[in-house]
Design a protein around this ligand. Structure first.
Ligand SMILES: [Zn+2]
Length: 262
């Protein structure tokens, strides 16, 4: 029997002379790998509806090992995610993380809606906001997958960090422990492997995790009355890479590329 679903196109791999293997993330929240026969032939009706980062309605029939995509219809093209190197790099980092964490995990349909909105947002923003939206998307995916950093309360004692985030020049943060550490615990616990980071970075990371993409795009979310500047956006993205590297995926090539791109 044929199955009909909407998926986000994560990856396209050449197969034979004219075919493609499509890795897609379905609206039901799991990864699908299926063959699109003849999709690389010039003028192929399948191929134009299976662009990277697009949302596509597909009909999949059972094949011998992989399914066969027999019909495809674009729901949302996300063309702007493919329009230049910077936007492509942001979109690529998001789908690369989704591809890696969903390869053999339990289904999570909420990730579908989250990534659809993230890609829509990447496509809609100007160059200066691509790093911020990418960092927000990666942190939201990590949080959704159960590895949300503790940024408002000390990871050891649970006390609020509000006054230290406002008053200190730096706060201690540990990837391995999962969040910020208050001054009191830091003096008592022999904690290895923490780093001192800018409290502004901590506050912005929380805003990126909790804020809606629409509000981030409009720069309506502020920290201490200030918008996120591009330099801090870059630092936040580097910090996000460390968090993801420790907890989820050892390397995201697209994210390395985005961070090196100037
Ligand atoms: Zn503490």
């Amino acid at each position: 029997m044929d199955d009909s679903t909407t998926l986000i196109v994560l990856k396209k791999t050449k197969l034979g002379e004219t075919d493609l293997i499509i890795n897609g993330f379905s609206e039901q929240g799991f990864q699908i790998r299926a063959v699109a026969k003849g999709a690389r032939k010039p003028g192929s009706k399948l191929g134009v509806h299976l662009e990277l980062y697009s949302q596509t309605r597909v009909l999949v029939s059972k094949g011998r090992s992989l399914g066969i995509i027999t019909e495809a219809q674009t729901v949302r093209s996300n063309e702007s995610c493919r329009s230049d190197v910077l936007h492509s790099a942001g979109a690529a980092a998001i789908v690369e993380l989704l591809d890696k964490i969903s390869a053999d995990s339990v289904a999570d349909a909420r990730l579908f809606a989250l990534v659809c909105e993230a890609l829509r947002s990447i496509g809609d923003v100007s160059d200066g906001s691509v790093r911020m939206i990418t960092a927000a998307a990666l942190l939201k995916i990590a949080s959704q997958s159960g590895v949300r950093p503790s940024l408002k309360e000390c990871v050891f004692c649970g006390d609020t960090m509000a006054s230290q985030l406002r008053g200190n020049a730096q706060v201690a943060f540990s990837c391995s422990q999962g969040g910020v550490i208050c001054d009191c615990c830091l003096s008592e616990i022999v904690e290895q492997g923490y780093t001192q980071i800018d409290p502004q970075l901590v506050e912005w990371a929380e805003v990126l995790i909790t804020g809606r993409f629409k509000d981030l795009e409009r720069h309506e979310l502020l920290c201490n009355g200030e918008e996120l500047c591009d330099d801090l956006g870059q630092i936040l993205l580097e910090w996000t890479r460390e968090w993801i590297r420790f907890h989820l995926v050892s390397r995201l090539k697209s994210l390395d590329f985005l961070l090196s791109f100037r």
